[in-house]
Design a binder for this molecule. Structure first.
Ligand code: ADP
Length: 494
């Protein structure tokens, strides 16, 4: 018997007003994972009302105390790491070691943001006038709408919700419809840690119904979104008309540059991990490999040999390296791009097919795929595929490699493999992505540095690190005049 999960509104687990439900099945084998209540704008109304009410007291609860609740939440998460990882693998397919990493990222972020409860630093600064004191403080904003994707079902909600909470905001959270069970688990942990009723509300349902209602609700002050560029840009334009604060984390077309002087063993490991980890369903996935011609052939041969030996299957099997694709629709999108690549004239070096042998036929599996001799203007070298597919783009020089790395519409992550420090520093200076790796793949962000991208990847905000606090707080400059008389800045201090 699979469980049926509900919304959390004002501290109570409740059915949606409509009473409707939807199912989620395991993408590795089609088995039922759970059933969920299906919400609409009426449930969002109730959640926002609860969050707006809770904001009145939560913002006044001392920040170090808010942080202590998050410390407790991090400890509970840590205790349940294995259970949550297994449930995550069943729900969205990533292999169990990566699912453990996803939960670990949430643990790390929750501990880190808990510590911010005793910092949340502002500035104190001299005044230009005598007997006057100046400072700036971070203020919470109000109700935050949190809209998340399915590929990091525990890490991404934690990145958004822990800074929102420690800063004193309250939350209406809508997870992706493929991964609501992880959202329920995360919210259960927060509730068990003692976050008061109404501070965190969970509304489960579709983007059109629930997501739109959150974006358009007049009492939701800020929206943090991670997902596709199309959805994010549409959402941001509606929110802009309502003058809301919006943070967007969207697509990527991340490049690994491999120069002739690279350590090829390392480059091969880095590329395989970044291109095929999470079956390529990461916004930081390495979907382009820009290879200098001196090593191109050997690099491709080594990648092909290793990719062909990677084990596909149910991610709960510890020996499996590539789990399923999240859904049939996404699998079809990947197949569509394989056809596009062939028609564009790229050479299919390995893979290219849906994998159906034996038990794989019960799920949505795709072979790890490498296209060689890909031209920089081909669609497969420019569009996000979100699958285990990478394209080798040959170049003659570092300048050409950097130019191609920068030429796509996105700007999330990039990496360079080189043994020459001068080349590394040129790449660091001249590549305009939000994240850059030297002698590592394009994935592997640590939670205490800013995460996000340039151009069509985002809208200028960053998650993680202390940078994220700039999104979840508003600055207030406070001037305290203890001179006992009217002192006019810029006028009385000549
Ligand atoms: P993904 O491919 O990661 O699912 P989407 O952009 O489709 O990317 O979805 C990301 C999140 O945005 C999901 O939680 C989804 O339900 C939600 N969403 C989809 N459409 C809308 C919309 N029109 N308004 C608000 N949220 C939406």
């Amino acid at each position: 018997m699979s469980e049926r999960f509900k919304n959390l509104i004002d501290g109570k687990w409740v059915d949606s007003v409509s009473g409707a439900s939807f199912e989620r099945r395991n993408p590795a084998n089609g088995e039922l994972v759970a059933t969920y209540t299906k919400s609409d704008a009426r449930d969002v109304d109730a959640a926002v009302a609860a969050a707006a009410k809770a904001f009145k007291s939560w913002r006044l609860y001392p920040a170090p105390k808010r942080g202590e609740l998050l410390f407790d939440a991090a400890r509970i998460l840590n205790d349940r790491k294995e259970q949550f990882a297994r449930e995550m693998t069943e729900e969205m397919g990533k292999v169990i070691s990566e699912a453990r990493g996803d939960v670990q990222e949430a643990i790390d972020m929750t501990f880190y943001m808990a510590g911010e409860g005793r910092r949340l630093y502002g500035q104190t600064t001299p005044s230009e006038l005598p007997n006057k004191f100046n400072m700036s403080v971070r203020k919470p904003i109000g109700v935050a709408g949190i809209i998340t994707p399915w590929n990091f079902p525990m890490a991404i909600p934690s990145w958004k919700m822990t800074p929102a909470l420690v800063a004193g905001n309250t939350i209406v959270f809508k997870p992706a419809s493929f991964t609501p069970r992880m959202a329920v688990r995360w919210v259960e942990v927060l509730q068990e840690a003692g976050i008061p009723d109404g501070v965190v509300n969970l509304v489960i349902g579709g983007g059109e119904d629930v997501g739109n209602a959150i974006v358009e609700h007049p009492d939701v002050a800020l929206i943090s979104f991670t997902g596709s560029t199309r959805t994010g840009v549409g959402l941001a334009s509606r929110a802009a008309a309502l003058n809301k604060r919006v943070a967007l984390e969207m697509g990527g077309k991340n490049a690994v540059i491999v120069l002739d002087d690279a350590n090829l063993d390392l480059a091969v490991d880095g590329i395989l991990w970044s291109a095929f980890g999470t079956s390529g369903q990461r916004c930081t996935a390495a979907s382009r490999v820009i290879a200098q011609r001196g090593i191109q052939q050997e690099l491709v041969e080594r990648l092909v040999a290793r990719a062909g030996g990677m084990r596909l299957g149910d991610g709960l099997d510890e020996s499996v390296q590539i789990g399923p694709i999240v859904s049939k629709g996404q699998l079809q999108t990947i197949s569509g791009y394989i056809e596009i690549g062939k028609q564009e004239g790229a050479r299919l070096a390995t893979g290219g097919g849906v994998a159906t042998e034996g038990a794989l036929g019960k799920g949505f599996f795709h072979e790890p795929t490498i296209f060689d001799n890909v031209g920089r203007s081909m669609r497969i070298a420019n569009e996000e595929i979100f699958g285990p597919v990478t394209s080798i783009v040959p170049v003659d020089t570092l300048d050409e490699a950097i130019d191609i790395a920068n030429s796509v519409e996105y700007g999330l992550s990039a990496s360079i493999f080189t043994q020459d420090i001068n080349n590394a520093y040129r790449a660091m200076r001249d590549i305009f992505t939000g994240i850059l790796y030297v002698n590592a793949g394009t994935t592997g962000a640590e939670i205490h540095l800013p995460f996000g991208g340039t151009k069509a990847t985002g809208n200028g905000h960053r998650e993680a690190g202390t940078a994220t606090l700039d999104f979840y707080t508003e600055w207030q400059s406070v001037y305290v005049d203890f001179s006992g008389k009217l002192q006019r800045a810029q006028i009385d201090n000549q």
